[in-house]
Design a protein around this ligand. Structure first.
Ligand SMILES: [Zn+2]
Length: 162
């Protein structure tokens, strides 16, 4: 498991965690509403690790020999550390080229500025140099001011893993 990046399916109570994992480049399926059975089936069919706060669901997964992590608390950093206890993460690197779309888990592809004129605020277009587009939902990304915070988040994770 250490050579391949783990893939996740995240239960509906953990939307913020799913977003963080996507930004950090982890393929994380998330549904704001899904039946437990379906979630288990996705995990089974797609070899995804279930992240859940639901003890019953975690027991279900255990019975069927499906990888899972029972998540406690609401702090995303702590939650990721809880995952790391079971699945050793590699060092976290905040790189938008590897990020997944926070909205839909799609892949982000670099996109030329001229292609997105009129689709994002002009100020952003002038200020930023690099843009990415989700190849699935077409949402446009740029690194902007929040990028530094995310880098800081990644380095806090790395500090904790040492
Ligand atoms: Zn998307």
């Amino acid at each position: 498991m250490s050579t391949d990046k783990p893939n996740f399916v995240v239960d509906s109570m953990l939307g913020n965690l799913a977003k963080k994992l996507r930004i950090l480049g982890y393929d994380s399926k998330y549904f704001s509403s899904i039946e437990d059975d379906k979630l288990v089936l996705i995990a089974k069919n797609e070899k995804r690790i279930i992240l859940t706060k639901d003890e019953q669901l975690s027991k279900n997964a255990e019975k069927q020999d499906i990888g899972f992590v029972l998540i406690r608390g609401n702090d995303e950093l702590e939650q990721i550390m809880q995952i790391n206890e079971k699945i050793k993460f590699d060092k976290f690197v905040m790189d938008t080229n590897n990020s997944r779309c926070i909205a839909c888990n799609g892949n982000l592809q670099p996109v030329e500025k001229f292609r997105i004129i009129g689709k994002i605020p002009e100020g952003v277009l002038e200020r930023e140099k690099k843009f990415w587009m989700c190849d699935s939902c077409k949402k446009i990304y740029w690194e902007g001011t929040h990028f530094e915070k995310l880098q800081e988040f990644a380095s806090r994770l790395n500090d904790r893993m040492n």
